[in-house]
Design a protein around this ligand. Structure first.
Ligand SMILES: [Fe+2]
Length: 518
């Protein structure tokens, strides 16, 4: 055989070898994907995968450790044979620590004869470790995020090919772990991985808006900038959303169900489409996942399997995102109803809390506060007068001058606000809400109520609500005064700037007002 021919044969062998590896990778992906389809609960999926790894490597047990850099520990994300609690070990300790720090596989046949071995885990679990194979797990940026540890090879010791197998499996584990912890923003990166796996040009995820009868893009490569929504009664994606069945279209322009208008709008040419529905736990369609233009040939059965596996993944993330959104909306609407119910005690103050909230948020934006901080302020502003629930209507609506006792009774509303809000269960991020809300009548010089706190003792957010509150009261009609113009209100506020109210905050309100109301 000539030299050229020999080289050809060698090339061919290499190609076959590459294909074999690629096939194995795909098979693994599909196997896990299928498991995902059947196993919707991601936390239950990890044990399944770990059990498969143990089986494949003939190990008695497998454990996945993740790194907690803040505490310098490795903790068990999953440990076979450990049903409750978790194991934590110091990052630098033992064979696992070494494999994490050196980023290398550690393969030991007899752990107790290895001076680097740390027997703390054995002592805690009552298990006896003999052979150990510890492989580092990397994230996409090649940072070490943990280690997969296999214990006690059933045939005696872990060999070279076990090491290779372990290394091949760690990327899948990393993907699973990040998928478990992912939020909807990471769907995008999941989809770009998908595009590589399936070898297609574009990949889109549409969510179904049942009320409006449309599909709107969550991630839609190439069409996002065109603000495109898909009608349910048109096109392939619409059909998949309605029927809940997959569609694999080899040549779009030969298919009467294909809607060419998006191509016309975007100047793109669709050839092949593979589209699968995304279904929630109850089997209802909540969106569609679509890949467009297979780079070579048409979409295969394997592509469909991968897409379907991923659609389950996406379904869980989307469901979580929707749930989160709904919770937020519900929380907000309850707060608004509470605020409105207080304002409704008196027709003259109707809408007061909502307006104060709007002004306060406007001030905070002018001052450059970030969304989470504005969110806390908003909740506090909505509920700042909630304690008026306990104020007598007679005093609240009295048109004559209040007696000192009646004035004291009015002042009690902030203490009531604090007491009521302290009883309310609030998420950690809102823990300052009772204090902020109940400090809106405090003044910089200590002349306010209920505690008479001075400037440095008053939460900044409460100072914002104070300014918004005074401004709203001045510009609305009250029993004791007519509504004054914003200009007059600003003059009055200016008189108190620096002594009772914060000067900067008044300036920011002015800016907000003139930017939005003129
Ligand atoms: Fe108040």
């Amino acid at each position: 055989m000539g030299e050229a021919a020999a080289k050809d044969v060698a090339d061919l062998r290499n190609k076959i070898e590459e294909l074999k590896i690629e096939n194995e990778r795909l098979a693994k992906f599909i196997e896990i994907g299928t498991a995902i389809c059947e196993e919707r609960d991601l936390d239950r999926l990890l044990p399944l995968v770990m059990a498969n790894i143990s089986k494949a490597l003939k190990a008695d047990r497998s454990t996945l450790f993740l790194i907690d850099w803040d505490r310098m520990t490795l903790w068990t994300k999953f440990a076979e044979g450990l049903n409750h609690g978790e194991i934590k070990i110091h990052l630098k300790m033992g064979l696992i620590g070494i494999s994490v720090f050196t980023r290398q596989i550690v393969n030991v046949t007899n752990a107790y004869q290895d001076p680097r071995f740390n027997s703390t885990i054995d002592e805690a679990t009552g298990y006896r470790t003999e052979s150990v194979l510890s492989a580092p797990v990397f994230d996409l940026e090649k940072n070490v995020i943990g280690a997969v540890v296999l214990l006690n090879k059933k045939t005696g010791r872990f060999k070279k090919d076990d090491e290779e197998k372990a290394l091949k499996m760690t990327p899948i584990l990393a993907e699973l772990v990040t998928a478990i912890d992912q939020d909807s923003n990471e769907i995008r990166s999941l989809l770009s991985n998908l595009r590589q796996s399936i070898q297609c040009e574009r990949c889109s995820l549409f969510l179904l808006d049942k009320e409006r009868g449309i599909l709107f893009p969550l991630v839609a490569e190439g069409i996002e900038e065109h603000d495109i929504q898909l009608s349910l009664n048109l096109g392939i994606a619409g059909l998949v959303a309605i029927t809940g069945e997959d569609l694999n279209i080899e040549n779009a322009y030969d298919d009467p169900r294909f809607d060419e208008r998006i191509d016309q709008k975007t100047g793109y040419r669709t050839r092949s489409i593979l589209c699968v529905p995304i279904k929630d736990r109850s089997g209802e369609v909540i969106g569609v996942l679509e890949v467009i233009n297979k780079k070579e040939g048409v979409f295969s059965r394997a592509d469909k399997e991968i897409l379907k596996a991923l659609s389950s993944f996406v379904a869980v993330s989307v469901e979580n995102a929707i749930l989160f959104d709904e919770h937020n909306q519900q929380f907000r609407s309850i707060l608004e109803v509470l605020a409105a119910s207080i304002d409704a005690k008196d027709p003259l103050t109707a809408g007061h809390s909502l307006k104060v909230t709007k002004y306060a948020a406007g001030i905070a934006r002018e001052l450059g506060f970030a969304a989470p901080e504005i969110e806390v302020l908003t909740v506090a502003a909505l509920l700042h007068d909630y304690g008026k629930l306990g104020t007598s209507d007679k005093v609240l609506k009295k048109q004559e001058k209040l007696t000192p006792e009646e004035y004291d009774h009015i002042k009690d509303h902030v203490v009531n606000t604090r007491n009521i809000l302290n009883k309310m269960y609030l998420m950690r991020q809102y823990r300052d809400v009772p204090l902020i809300a109940s400090s809106h009548h405090e003044r910089l010089d200590g002349s306010g109520y209920a505690d008479g706190r001075e400037a440095h003792q008053i939460p900044f957010m409460a100072k914002i609500i104070a300014v918004a509150d005074v401004f709203e009261a001045l510009t609305s009609k009250r029993y004791y005064h007519e509504a004054c113009s914003p200009e007059t209100a600003f003059e009055i506020l200016n008189e108190e700037a620096g002594t009772k109210l914060d000067e900067n905050i008044i300036q920011s309100l002015k800016q907000y007002w003139y930017n939005n109301y003129l």
